[in-house]
Ligand binder design. Structure first.
Ligand SMILES: [Zn+2]
Length: 265
């Protein structure tokens, strides 16, 4: 569930808390959450290390340590909190007494300790908010791709960071039907999608992310992005632009919301 804006919000919230501090104790409560190395190797490898700075790539949070990178993926229900949480899977005690809680109800998220984050995030597609992601780059990546545009936006090797909510919002803003094959889009539509993806992600960051499910900021508070959603998670509601009932269909098993009259097939 947490997508680029939610992970970026967590990164910004945690930066002043952890940067320049040192991890003094790691406790692994759910060994399955540790993807690399072993849970014991992970604990020993992180303990004693200072935090240089925080980064993000797609939906991954990257904690750059003095030696190596601690990479976090929150998957569906993960979060990082500054106080105890009922679904805590690992805790990280800092040198000033602050304890971070990695919580994850469905236990699908993961933590890696690697020499370089690229070992985990190296195969991701372009970062949508970087200046080198231009309409032309998007157009080139769409060439020959017959898959529905919604499925391509969800594919992290096609474009990093966009998930179900922001893909629906972007396609609605661009007026493009989610099932349109990627290779059939006109250059004008590609430009609209490019602009819409960036806009919905930037709006999401500005408003602290979307708390539609388990996502909360590290201090436990909600983000506000979902209040501005036009179609995502608005089953049974009317299109805010034209009043037509919004429709839902499944794309790659993900519930997809759209307006059948504003989004051209
Ligand atoms: Zn409409």
């Amino acid at each position: 569930m947490p997508e680029l804006p939610e992970v970026e919000t967590i990164k910004s919230d945690l930066t002043p808390v952890v940067e320049g501090h040192r991890f003094v104790e790691v406790e692994v409560l759910n060994p399955g959450s540790i993807r690399h190395p072993s849970p014991e190797g992970f604990r020993r490898g992180v303990e004693g290390q200072g935090v240089r700075h925080l980064g993000r790539r797609g939906k991954y949070l990257i904690i750059h340590l003095e030696h190596g990178d601690l990479v976090v993926h929150l998957m569906m229900t993960g979060g990082i909190f500054l106080s105890s949480h009922p679904t805590t899977r690992a805790t990280f005690l800092l040198d000033d007494g602050t304890r971070l809680h990695f919580a994850d109800r469905r236990k699908l998220g993961g933590l890696w300790l690697v020499a370089d984050a690229a070992l985990v995030v190296g195969k991701l597609g372009p970062e949508p908010l970087e200046p080198d992601f231009t309409p032309r780059v998007l157009g080139e990546r769409l060439r020959g791709r017959k898959a529905p545009i919604k499925a391509l936006l969800l594919d992290q090797s096609f474009l990093a960071g966009v998930g179900n909510m922001y893909a629906d919002e972007a396609l609605y803003a661009a007026g493009v039907h989610p099932l349109r094959p990627g290779c059939d889009l006109s250059s004008k539509e590609v430009e609209s999608i490019h602009g819409a993806v960036r806009k919905v992600l930037l709006d999401g960051i500005k408003t602290g992310g979307a708390s539609v499910d388990t996502y909360r900021r590290p201090d436990g508070s909600q983000g506000h992005t979902h209040r501005g959603f036009q179609v995502a998670h608005r089953r049974g509601e009317m299109c805010p632009r034209c009043g037509t009932p919004l429709q839902r269909l499944a794309v790659r098993q993900r519930g997809t919301y759209f307006c059948p009259s504003c989004q051209n097939e």
